[in-house]
Ligand binder design. Sequence first.
Ligand code: PRP
Ligand code: URA
Length: 208
Amino acid sequence: MNNLYISSHPLVSHKLTHIRDRRTKSRQFRELIREISALLTYEATADLNTTPRDIETPMAVTKGVELRENIGLVPILRAGLGMVEGIWWLMPNAEVWHIGLYRDEETLQPIEYYNKLPVEPTVSVCLILDPMLATGGSAVATVNILKDWGVNKIKFVGILGAPAGIQNLQTNHPDVPIHLAAIDDRLNDQGYIIPGLGDAGDRQFGTG
Ligand code: PRP
Ligand code: URA
């Protein structure tokens, strides 16, 4: 499928196995979310633009580069929050703009409850962060919000995706690359990813 990137890195696969394990407790679960997010973002940002810059080492003047783009991390509350720390470790200057959405339990439609984006965009690239791409409703709604805000270079960084959610996001926003650790089999009747890892928000925040 176009614009879909599934990491084949053994570190990601190893950590994914541990995060799926029902015996993994919140503290380790959060660590794994951070680590997997950093590894996936390393791969997802391989095409960021840079500007040449001369730099003086203690020995000589040489040529280097600097990131040209202003990067915004957009975690979808709650579960996307845990992804921020790992990515900040790679890109400490990234701005973080939170979007609060929850899924209605009956309809599975995303309900927006938090959005404090300023009127004018302050970044040129947005990475949407959410570990779970289930029906894709939350991801599609977030891309809509960011495009309305005026940002057009958008990537989705998640951990697990279901085929239905991937298709939904690709159909509505074919220009948005999707970066995941794995594609799972299906959704169950409650919209949970199978085999999945359970409820990513509850497992991070100990609220299950
Ligand atoms: C979960 C998850 C995603 C959404 C994915 O959030 O973190 O945001 O569901 O589902 P979708 O692809 O079908 O939209 P949830 O609504 O459980 O809220 P929470 O993160 O606050 O627990
Ligand atoms: N949200 C989750 O936290 N887990 C799923 O499997 C689906 C949506």
